[in-house]
Write a protein that binds this ligand. Structure first.
Ligand code: IVH
Length: 676
């Protein structure tokens, strides 16, 4: 059947639109249309192709999930081998690398292209005349596996390269990985479906890419970053690696926004430190940084030794995992009564920090990993988060180790207050039913109330709260406002001076904002962001306290679970009483949303990135919010300004791509009317 001209044109237009919006969404992270609009375009193309099968092309976006399950992957011989990198673990090893390079090239200072070392799987993508024709894993470096059908499902990988004059052949080398946020989401989903959880994003990416059924891969959120080129023909001439990366970026391939060009050993080490500091905030896992001699002629001159280039090296971060022994399992009671099992570990160094405890989350997690007292386990530390047990080494298990049963271990009662413990069917955690009768819950509620982002009572810390609650001095949140210097000064580790400071801090906390006050109450499922949303929506505390389920769910981001928590909180007479007492003790707040009215930045949304010269980001946020502005975590078309400090990364790049005004700290102060 011949396909009418208009239909052909419409299909071509739809494909270009879909690729364009895929690129905005998956590569730039800056969508311009809604998911529904995208789906409409996609469905229109699918319908046309169903009506005119001759219309289907290999690069059509509808073909991303077209393949059938394979019995095995066929092998692919790489035109240019996919080699590995030598590692450096110390500054001395990096210095030795730089010295060898300088000596071999006869240079005093070498220019390097530097980039993150992605912790994923190496992949080679072959584009012929701009069309993705094959994708292969690294394999042994010479022969890999053909995973084309799976790779087509990765939306960040273009089916067709951008630009009018694509090279005859271009092999893109890069890394397939899973973003941390996608990994968390996938694991939650796996858990909900009773399926196996992945240990980390790398395993999840590997498991997803090596699926024989591409339909499974299609349901897994994989990403990709390019870091080099293999075989090529007809590519425009390039003299430096950095130029090559810029070229790949123009082809709409995802490349690391954190890539830089630096000079000499000092430049390398400064980059290592800077990326190390950003590591936890990066959207993907990295295990180090990669240094490459930037000049491609010099790269060729240096060549390879055995299976690794002489012109590049991977500077690895210290291991973040280590083996140790579970000496005991304790149970902690949280603010909402949740019982959390905690492994007491034989102290071990993980990535430079001594670890003695690891959270075990809940009984299901313990059962799934079968963690027992006496077990040798691998513990992992990722940034600031509480260390976790990754797995048990069953071959090292003592003969008398018994499976752990949390409820049996505590005799079905709260280890702190002796109240009944229940585990609701739909919940993963067991909870103490003691409420504020339970000293542990009361202590946590007080600490939360006093915390910096809540009432901000400096000096009311854990040790003190323990004494105040155990001594029966503070029974409710309102009792905090009865504390005076003589009582406080009589406590352990409290002098006259610190007692005075604390009393002053308590007095100052009396005047706060509506959002802080709502957050400070510690209503279940109401975090800081929700508290701000509620303050913005209701503008008055009493309206919030009286709101019903229906009204609450009109607040953006508030669903039935959060709404029910709020209704239940205010239905509890004890809570109403404490609030009345707090008011009676002079606690007041400004009604209205966190933005206030009529400030210099009223209605404006700002994004902070990088290190500002004279204030922390937290301080900048407070200034902006005080002036009525809102601080968002990521750049979008709705952003009014990006405030960039030094070492600003992807947010800055995105602001530039979207044409959003970028200002520095001085510019911010000008906006706030605080400069001369
Ligand atoms: S360049 C000739 N750059 O690390 C080898 N590799 O340990 C060129 N990797 O197999 C590799 N991030 O999978 C390069 N920015 C980056 C990288 C990177 C991760 C992986 C790659 C390679 C392995 C070598």
């Amino acid at each position: 059947m011949t396909v009418p001209r208009q239909v052909q044109e419409r299909a071509a237009w739809l494909r270009a639109q879909i690729e364009h919006h895929n690129y905005l969404y998956y590569v730039l992270d800056a969508p311009e249309i809604s998911d529904a609009e995208f789906d409409r375009l996609f469905r229109e193309l699918q319908d046309l192709e169903a009506q005119y099968p001759d219309l289907v092309t290999a690069d059509s976006p509808t073909q991303r999930v077209g393949g059938h399950p394979a019995r095995e992957f066929s092998s692919v011989t790489h035109r240019v081998p996919m080699l590995s990198l030598n590692n450096a673990f110390t500054e001395a090893e990096v210095a030795a690398f730089d010295r060898r390079v300088r000596e071999a090239l006869g240079l005093d200072v070498v220019e390097y292209a530097v980039e993150p070392k992605f912790d994923g799987l190496a992949i080679s993508l072959s584009y012929e005349k701009g069309l993705l024709v094959q994708a292969a894993t690294r394999g042994d470096g010479y022969v890999g596996e053909d995973v084309t059908a799976n790779v087509r499902t990765i939306r960040a990988i273009p089916m067709r390269l951008n630009g009018a004059d694509p090279p005859a052949l271009l092999e893109i080398r890069g890394e397939v990985l899973m973003l941390k946020a996608d990994f968390e989401r996938l694991n939650r989903q796996q858990q909900a479906h009773g399926e196996k959880l992945f240990a980390n994003p790398r395993n999840a990416a590997a498991g997803s890419l090596r699926q024989l059924d591409p339909r499974i891969t299609a349901g897994r959120p994989l990403s990709f970053f390019a870091y080099g080129v293999g075989a090529h023909a007809g590519m425009p001439p390039c003299t430096a690696h950095s130029e090559l990366m810029d070229y790949l970026e123009r082809l709409h391939l995802p490349v690391a926004r954190e890539r830089r060009v630096v000079r000499g050993l000092e430049g390398l080490l400064a980059y290592y430190r800077s990326i190390g500091a950003q590591r936890d905030a990066l959207p993907y896992d990295i295990d180090g940084v990669v240094y490459k001699v930037n000049d491609l002629g010099s790269q060729e001159e240096l060549g390879f030794v055995s299976r690794a280039p002489r012109f590049a090296v991977a500077h690895k971060f210290p291991a973040q995992e280590a083996l140790t022994v579970v000496e005991a399992i304790d149970v902690q009671v949280g603010r909402t009564g949740a019982l959390t099992p905690v492994a007491r570990l034989r102290p071990v160094l993980v990535g430079g920090v001594t670890v003695t405890n690891a959270t075990l989350h809940n009984q299901d997690e313990i059962t799934r990993k079968d963690i027992r007292v006496g077990d040798t386990v691998s513990v992992r530390r990722a940034g600031d988060v509480i260390p976790e047990v990754v797995r048990v080494l069953p071959e090292r298990r003592p003969a008398d180790a018994r499976p752990y049963d949390l409820l049996a271990a505590i005799g079905h009662v709260c280890p702190v207050c002796g109240s009944r413990v229940v585990r609701q069917e739909d919940e993963a955690v067991a909870r103490c039913t003691g409420g504020l009768y339970c000293a542990a819950q009361r202590k946590q509620a007080i600490l939360h109330f006093a915390s910096r982002r809540a009432m901000d009572i400096e000096g009311l810390g854990e040790k003190l709260v323990d004494q105040l609650v155990d001594g029966g001095i503070v029974r409710t949140l309102a009792d905090i406002y009865c504390l005076d210097v003589p009582v406080l000064a009589g406590l352990d580790r409290m002098g006259e001076k610190s007692a005075q400071n604390l009393v002053r801090a308590i007095a100052q906390s009396r005047h706060t904002t509506l959002a802080r006050f709502i957050y400070a109450l510690g209503i279940r499922n109401v975090g800081e962001a929700t508290a701000k949303d509620l303050a913005r929506f209701f503008g008055s505390f009493d309206k919030l306290a009286e709101a019903d389920m229906e009204t609450l769910q009109r607040v953006p981001e508030v669903g039935p679970v959060v709404a029910a928590s709020i209704v239940n909180f205010f239905a509890e007479p004890h809570n109403r009483e404490v609030i009345a007492q707090l008011r009676a003790h002079g606690v007041t707040w400004e009604e209205g949303g966190p933005e206030g009215q009529g400030g210099a930045l009223a209605g404006k949304t700002l994004v902070l990135t990088g290190t500002l010269p004279s204030m922390t980001r937290e301080e900048a946020r407070e200034l902006i919010e005080a002036a009525g502005g809102k601080v968002a975590g990521s750049v979008s078309k709705k952003t009014d300004y990006v405030v960039a400090g030094s070492e600003a990364g992807s947010k800055l790049a995105k602001a530039q791509a979207l044409g959003i005004p970028v200002i520095d700290e001085r510019g911010l102060m000008q906006l706030l009317g605080k400069s001369g």
